[in-house]
Write a protein of this length. Structure first.
Length: 627
């Protein structure tokens, strides 16, 4: 009887499994499932991909629930409760709904290879993270991804769709361009006459929309120049900081000094920095940006910049001559060298009467990340001094054993950290002096060391304020800071950036209309997240795009060509980022990034603080060291 019951039970289980299998196969092969998850390569667009990813917060969960019989079966096998389905908890470091979704996607794909949405998204994710071709083919054979050749077709389709969307947008919106060089080193293991190491110079660009739509503008595009009688002759006094500039700087400097004091207090202290009043903050809108195709053009020359202009306007955007006949003014943002080359090019075309070739519509504009980077180096070189003189940056960097820093060559990150550490140490030392029973700050010896230390403190405050004004999106604070930076750079022996800053200052304050000056300043900042306090310099955005491009290149090696960059990669950066974020969220993988949060510097600040105190800098000297 027991044997018979066991056989009957086995027959029942087999029959039940057969029913489940047949019902599941019927549902998997239904037109509803195919229609929902079918993504042929010629129909892949950024909108289709983002709709798949953002239609709900759980892409893989929707995939799993779409196969209802299979979903119930897998849920039982994985011992997944209803609470686990709706939560983000993990079991053995695996998110069960994502596991079900992956299994369901593979089985749906094996039943019909037309139903390939998951495999297409996974293939794009693997490609943009640098997965080798052989690994892609292996995963394709397992049903986890489409083939490498299919991915290439998808990428080309995405690029065509991106270009089509961009060409429509430029006809109805106000926009500007930021571009920068991207250098690619091609190294070969076996060098031959026809196959040697090369170092290619190229250009990457991004088209960015101003928040307002041109169709909504009640009037024609804004005029650029003020009436002639309102334009004073350029004289030295026009470019010196005004009283209001120094007043604004004093107010923001109080905030940065108070912030340094608050950072020095014990954790949990109720103290807070003095807030900074906004002057002219930009409206918080998520910046719409569109990466353009990379160009194998060297933009370090005048001819190279002309080629970049023609490539963008004639080939990538395909703007007609009639478009340039209208009064259009386009801002092209870049570093100082690019702006200088473009201005020289405009001078050469002054006598041209053709609207397009005269380049009257081109407005080269210096961008803030390169300015901030150059200001950081100028401050470091100005206050570097000698290692033999206490209080100089040379002596402090040697005392702290900081690497990657010298007067001739500095790494931006290391220099930035050193300046901020020195600033906090000096502020806390002065704060201690003021807290003494009889404050002796104004009784400090008037030595060269103390004077230089106070000048360094002021210069670092300018540098910090530029970074904070950028994050806040306050173009009013930036405009008040520019004349001070111009003066500092002239005094620091810099030649190129001060000349460009003088041109920019004259334009903002005396040459351009207020509306156009605001537009110029607005083009220097973007907010890709649409969050207050998350503004960034426009050229920093382009640097981030270049970093992503180079990360793909480094994974692919020398097989990556400029043509592949142009036709398959550069315009699809936003799609790659969205896919990467989705998989990290769905699987529960933490981001590698620390969101630019630097490790604590309390120990370094304390050490520099002790060094300054021991050498009698900004405090009562213990000996006659400081002269």
């Amino acid at each position: 009887d027991k044997l018979q019951d066991k056989e009957d039970d086995e027959d029942f289980v087999n029959g039940a499994v057969d029913v489940v299998v047949s019902r599941t196969l019927v549902h998997l092969e239904s037109n509803e499932t195919k229609k929902r998850w079918r993504l042929p390569h010629h129909m892949v667009t950024e909108k289709n991909v983002t709709d798949l990813l953002n239609g709900d917060s759980h892409f893989l969960h929707r995939y799993a629930e779409g196969a209802k019989y299979l979903a119930r079966f897998l849920k039982g096998l994985l011992e997944e409760s209803d609470q686990e389905v709706s939560s983000v908890s993990t079991k053995n470091f695996k998110r069960l709904s994502s596991v079900r979704g992956c299994i369901s996607a593979i089985l749906i794909f094996m039943s019909s290879q037309e139903v390939n949405a998951f495999q297409t998204i996974m293939g794009l994710f693997l490609h943009c993270t640098g997965c080798p071709r052989r690994v892609l083919e292996v995963l394709s054979g397992l049903g986890l991804s489409v083939s490498h050749s299919q991915i290439q077709k998808v990428l080309r389709t995405l690029t065509k769709d991106a270009l089509m969307q961009i060409r429509k947008i430029v006809l109805s919106h106000d926009w500007f361009i930021v571009y920068d060089n991207i250098d690619i080193a091609n190294r070969h293991h076996h060098q031959r006459i026809e196959k040697r190491d090369t170092f290619d110079n190229g250009t990457a660009a991004t088209l960015i929309l101003f928040p307002s739509n041109r169709d909504q503008s009640p009037t024609a595009p804004p005029s650029v120049l003020r009436p002639e009688h309102e334009r004073p002759e350029p004289v030295t006094e026009l470019f010196l900081p005004k009283d209001v500039d120094w007043e604004v700087f004093r107010e923001v400097c109080r905030s940065h000094v108070s912030a340094a004091i608050v950072r020095s207090l014990p954790a949990g202290s109720p103290a807070a920095p003095i807030p900074i009043l906004a002057i002219k903050k930009l409206d918080i809108n998520k910046t719409a940006l569109f990466p353009l195709q990379t160009m194998k053009l060297d933009e370090s020359t005048i001819a190279g910049n002309l080629a970049v202009l023609e490539k963008i306007t004639e080939i990538i955007l395909q703007l007609s001559e009639e478009w340039f006949a209208d009064p259009n003014n386009i801002i092209f943002g870049g570093d100082q060298m690019s702006v200088s080359r473009m201005l020289t090019l405009k001078i050469h075309r002054l006598v041209d009467t053709d609207p397009y070739h005269s380049l009257a519509w081109v407005h080269p504009t210096l961008q803030l990340f390169h300015l901030r980077m150059n200001l950081c180096g100028t401050i470091f070189r100005t206050h570097y001094g000698s290692p033999m003189h206490p209080g100089t940056l040379a002596a402090i960097s040697i005392f702290m054993d900081f690497k990657r820093l010298s007067k001739d060559k500095q790494e931006l990150k290391a220099t930035d950290e050193l300046l901020r550490i020195v600033f906090d140490a000096m502020v806390t030392l002065l704060h201690e002096s003021l807290r003494l029973p009889s404050p002796s700050l104004f009784g400090l010896p008037c030595t060269t060391v103390n004077i230089n230390a106070l000048l360094l403190l002021r210069d670092i405050a300018v540098y910090i304020e530029l970074g904070e004004a950028i994050k806040a999106g306050d173009i009013g604070r930036i405009s008040h800071l520019l004349p001070i930076i111009t003066l500092m750079m002239h005094g620091g022996g810099n030649t190129n950036y001060p000349l460009e800053l003088i041109r920019l200052l004259y334009g903002i304050r005396h040459l351009w209309t207020e509306e156009w000056a605001t537009k110029i300043l607005s083009s220097m900042l973007v907010n890709p997240k649409g969050i207050d306090g998350e503004w960034m310099a426009t050229d920093m955005l382009q640097e981030n795009h270049n970093y992503l491009l180079k990360s793909i290149l480094s994974a692919k090696g020398s097989n990556m060509t400029w043509e592949h960059f142009r036709d398959s990669i550069s315009t699809n950066i936003k799609t790659f980022q969205a896919i990467s974020r989705m998989f990290e969220r769905e699987v529960g993988v933490g981001s590698n990034s620390t969101k630019h949060q630097a490790p604590p510097t309390a120990k370094e600040i304390s050490k520099v603080h002790g060094y300054l105190r021991d050498n009698g800098i900004l405090c009562e000297p213990k000996s006659g060291k400081c002269k």
